[in-house]
Design a protein around this ligand. Structure first.
Ligand SMILES: C[S@@+](CC[C@H](N)C(=O)[O-])C[C@H]1O[C@@H](n2cnc3c(N)ncnc32)[C@H](O)[C@@H]1O
Length: 230
């Protein structure tokens, strides 16, 4: 499944990923709902719960894409805004939250200025994670929280097998029929960019976070990692 043949070389990753999301933006929501059986909607809600922040908190959704997290955050009475590198994704967004075209690794936001961060299905797309976690630590106030939603691999052997077929074969098929063949072959392969939880914990601790916790979603096909800035 993760042969890596569709992954761009490191120096081209940022440009390749941006161009890819620009291309798939118009049908991104449709394909997302189909390939997750709408579970992505539930997973975002769980991620917002994992923040555990009070109403009116200011939450930045990083790599906001078409604005799903921003809409859900608003429904929960948070003040949300989003940033994303792909202008195509931003122009397909359906949210009244303010959205900014920017890179997650160089956030155009002041130090200690926000209460929380959400980030959905994007860690695999960044060129490097330690500078991203340092940026999160810089922009969050003391006591601020992060909730990072990502795909995962189930521990259970049968679930793992079914997940491998779904993610490795069915998702690329749905993607190629409805959207872009190359992009939806990249998606399962990009899982190889995602470090194990122990490594993510170590990177987050090095960046200054505490209380790093992982919650498995839907039998372990997705995960939300939360942490606190002390
Ligand atoms: C799989 S989509 C996820 C979109 C949305 N978060 C969701 O939950 O559906 C990944 C998003 O990450 C964005 N992205 C990739 N690299 C980025 C970067 N360095 N900075 C900001 N956004 C980035 C892409 O443009 C894309 O919109």
């Amino acid at each position: 499944m993760n042969s890596g043949q569709n992954l761009p070389p490191a120096e081209e990753k940022r440009a390749t990923v941006t161009a890819m999301f620009d291309r798939i933006a118009p049908r991104y929501d449709l394909v997302n709902r189909l390939m997750t059986f709408r579970l992505d909607v539930k997973w975002r809600r769980k991620s917002i719960q994992a923040l555990g922040l009070p109403d009116q908190s200011i939450i930045l959704d990083i790599a906001c894409g078409t604005g799903d997290f921003c809409r859900d955050l608003q429904k929960e009475n948070f003040t949300s805004f989003g940033i994303d590198l792909s202008k195509g994704m931003l122009s397909s967004a359906r949210t009244s939250s303010p959205l900014v075209n920017a890179d997650a690794l160089t956030l155009p936001i002041g130090d200690n200025s926000i209460d929380g961060v959400t980030c959905g299905f994007a860690l695999r797309n960044f060129t490097s994670l330690p500078p991203f976690f340092e940026e999160l630590e810089r922009v969050l106030r003391s006591g601020g929280r992060i909730a990072l939603l990502e795909v995962d691999q189930p521990a259970n052997k049968i679930l793992r097998f079914g997940h491998k077929i779904h993610f490795g074969k069915i998702v690329p098929l749905i993607g190629s029929l409805l959207s872009d063949n190359t992009a939806y072959r990249y998606l399962p392969e990009s899982v190889s960019y995602l470090p194990a939880f122990e490594d993510l914990t170590s990177m987050l601790s090095t960046a200054g976070f505490i209380e790093v916790k992982k919650v498995k979603l839907t039998g372990g096909v997705a995960q939300v990692i939360s942490a606190t800035k002390p």
